[in-house]
Design a protein around this ligand. Structure first.
Ligand SMILES: C[S@@+](CC[C@H](N)C(=O)[O-])C[C@H]1O[C@@H](n2cnc3c(N)ncnc32)[C@H](O)[C@@H]1O
Length: 396
């Protein structure tokens, strides 16, 4: 039998500001990443069998009809022991990942801050905003169960939460994002170059770039471009600027800015506005302010692309919508379901993309690690498919 084990955690690239982990911490990350793979490939399919054989038929027997929406299905599934097992395991692995990374990075927080500070000394690529006000949806949420989330610095210039994020994402993705956790950025850069060989962006903007995992591949693919990675999080930007420097990438500016108001950028000043797994962490009003800002800063003839999980469309089963919506209720992703109920076409219209120039594709993942996993398995792995769902388009 092919167990499709994920690669080992130590295959992550150890750059200069990457935190260090002892034997037991590495073993815990490996265990959790294997457990996540088991949950996705063995427990999740069993949950579907329970739904098909038990939950749906019991609902039909009681109501004389099948489910009319995912909320009805959710209510019925809450009582199903296999679903409870799957959900509890997912929640536990996420909490354990966060605690493992947190214990290690807090222990070395001052050393990490000093390394980052050293690399950022005289670094004109890091532009922070004093007294920056976090958007409310970041101020009050510990996104995907990371205590303190993106916003928190436990002391002046602390970057421990960013280091935790950098080291732990491997566990949740089972290594599918590659050795620098940059699979999304690599995939989109490769796809854009292949599809539009004449497109030579001079200025690229990455919204909600975090510590720049998926920004750096854009900068490497277009070394002559000026790339702006904006984010609300000071610790992530500090860490990201130092990480980029440690990796020898010099054409990325890390700027603290709210994507809802990018007044510091002039109209039509970017050829490409990108985001990766960002929009779902904003909010109901914010998302429309962001799309309008994209429209304002995007040049005519420019491209905007957004990597997100696929929307809950009419042709997606209620079961799949329900399973995908787990994060909204259990993983501190309050806007998740709302975003996936929106039509990307409407959002992109607001961003200046006319219907005929709209793009919605699956971009093939690129992974430099041996994941020993077949595509078919990954399709079942909700939220971590080998293809990236992308929407956007050209502003003509
Ligand atoms: C899930 S992370 C994704 C980070 C990065 N794009 C990646 O692919 O690794 C979402 C990021 O969006 C940032 N963010 C959320 N709302 C924002 C806003 N209104 N303005 C700027 N950054 C924001 C958060 O601080 C966080 O770093």
């Amino acid at each position: 039998m092919d167990y499709n084990l994920p690669p080992v955690w130590t295959q992550l690239q150890q750059h200069e500001v990457f935190p260090t982990f002892d034997h037991d911490e590495r073993a815990r990350y490996n265990f959790l990443s294997n457990l996540n793979r088991f949950i996705a490939t063995t427990v999740a399919p069993a949950t579907k069998v329970a739904y098909d054989r038990r939950v749906e038929s019991e609902f039909v027997a009681t109501h004389g009809r099948s489910f009319q929406n995912r909320l009805e299905l959710q209510e019925a599934m809450q009582h199903e022991p296999l679903y409870q097992t799957w959900a509890a395991l997912r929640r536990c692995t996420m909490e354990m990942r966060q605690q493992n990374g947190r214990a290690a990075t807090l222990r070395q927080a001052h050393e990490l801050a000093a390394k980052v500070e050293n690399l950022n000394r005289d670094n004109d690529k890091l532009i922070l905003t004093p007294n920056f006000v976090q958007p409310p949806y970041l101020e009050h949420v510990d996104n995907h169960l990371m205590p303190g989330s993106y916003r928190t610095a436990y002391f002046d210039k602390d970057v421990s939460n960013a280091a935790n994020y950098d080291s732990g994402l491997f566990v949740t993705s089972g290594g599918l994002l590659g050795s620098l956790t940059d699979g999304g950025g690599k995939a989109i850069a490769h796809w854009v170059k292949e599809m539009y060989p004449d497109f030579k962006p001079k200025r690229i903007l990455d919204l909600g770039a975090g510590l720049g995992h998926n920004t750096l591949p854009l900068a490497q693919a277009f070394p002559d471009a000026e790339v702006y990675a904006i984010d609300a999080s000071e610790p992530f930007l500090r860490y990201g600027a130092a990480r980029a420097k440690a990796l020898g990438i010099e054409n990325v500016w890390f700027v603290q800015m709210n994507a809802e108001n990018m007044a510091a950028f002039t109209e039509r000043s970017f050829d490409w506005v990108q985001s990766t797994m960002f929009l779902h962490e904003t909010g109901g009003h914010a998302i429309h302010r962001i799309t309008k800002e994209i429209n304002r800063v995007l040049a005519k003839g420019g491209l905007t692309l957004h990597i997100e999980q696929p929307p809950y469309t009419a042709d997606m089963s209620f079961y799949e919508q329900f399973m995908r919506d787990w994060d909204a209720y259990n993983n501190a992703e309050p806007f998740w379901g709302f975003l996936h109920d929106l039509d990307p076409r409407d959002l992109m219209q607001e961003a200046g993309v006319a219907a005929e120039n709209f793009i919605q594709v699956y971009v093939r993942a690129i992974n430099d690690l041996d994941t020993a996993q077949t595509d078919a398995t990954m399709q079942e792995d909700y939220g971590r498919t080998p293809r990236w769902h992308v929407f956007g388009g050209w502003k003509r």
